[in-house]
Write a protein that binds this ligand. Structure first.
Ligand SMILES: [Zn+2]
Length: 82
């Protein structure tokens, strides 16, 4: 699969999607790209993309990007994805 196809697939809505912050029906799909991918479980030299969804209400919150990063970080730590 090409990268563009993989990206396209990641941006498709999925049945079990929910807003990362409040858990309600999502209105948008976002991609989180960490500055330090290795700290997020990527192999050295490889980029890492983390897909997330937000509802319109949470996406409009100016603190949303900060909260998203914290939530993703917490989830990665609790899942031991390394
Ligand atoms: Zn929400």
């Amino acid at each position: 699969m090409k990268t563009a196809e993989a990206l396209d697939l990641m941006q498709q809505p999925r049945t079990n999607d929910h807003c990362l912050i409040c858990g309600s029906q999502p209105d948008m799909i976002g991609m989180f790209v960490p500055n330090d991918p290795e700290a997020w479980g990527a192999a050295p030299g490889k980029a890492r993309l983390i897909r997330y969804c937000l509802c319109a209400r949470c996406a409009a919150d100016p603190t949303a990007p900060e909260r998203v990063e914290k939530i993703i970080q917490h989830e990665m730590e609790s899942c031991h994805v390394r």
